[in-house]
Design a protein around this ligand. Structure first.
Ligand code: DAT
Ligand code: MG
Length: 150
């Protein structure tokens, strides 16, 4: 099975009307959408999701931001999905993100960087399981698949 990764359009992305833009870029890249929902992140889920950052000075702001307004949570599938999504998003800080990336084209501030993407296959598995039940992730064929993967 191809690799899966968790992508979130964060509250700033949804509020700015950029959820479709993010989805469109990932679709055009060739990844397959296998799970998606609009949701309000609870304080508990936010703390679990960002657990690795609990001791960082920005942790409180990160949790209050991600819980401040709805997000779009998605699971995307491709060979090397984690790395491809990270490259499509750009660097954590939009200031350092290349033009052509989501953050480099659409963002200004590290605390409003529009999207989340898992940083390793291990993180992806943990995060997908935090946000999705198994039955919310679908397997299906696309007619274009053989035009995307040799
Ligand atoms: P990424 O989202 O690129 O995986 P990360 O996991 O290091 O980055 O951090 C999670 C989020 O926390 C990031 O998207 C924005 C915020 N953040 C990271 N470093 C920060 C900093 N120095 N100041 C403020 N917010 C920060
Ligand atoms: Mg991260």
């Amino acid at each position: 099975m191809a690799e899966r990764t968790l992508v979130l359009v964060k509250p700033d992305g949804v509020q700015r009307g950029l959820a479709g833009e993010v989805i469109s870029r990932l679709e055009r890249r060739g990844l397959k959408l296998v799970g998606m929902k609009l949701m309000q992140v609870s304080d508990d889920l936010a703390r679990q999701h960002y657990g690795e950052h609990v001791d960082r000075p920005f942790f409180g702001g990160l949790v209050s931001f991600i819980t401040s307004s709805p997000i779009v949570a998605m699971v995307w599938e491709a060979n090397n999905a984690v790395e491809i999504v990270r490259n499509t998003m750009g660097q954590t800080n939009p200031v350092s993100s290349a033009a052509g990336t989501i953050r480099g084209d659409l963002g200004i501030d590290i605390g409003r960087n529009l999207v989340h993407g898992s940083d390793s296959p291990e993180s992806a598995e943990r995060e997908v399981n935090l946000f999705f039940r198994p039955e919310e992730i679908l397997s299906y064929e696309r007619a274009v698949d053989s035009w995307i993967n040799e």
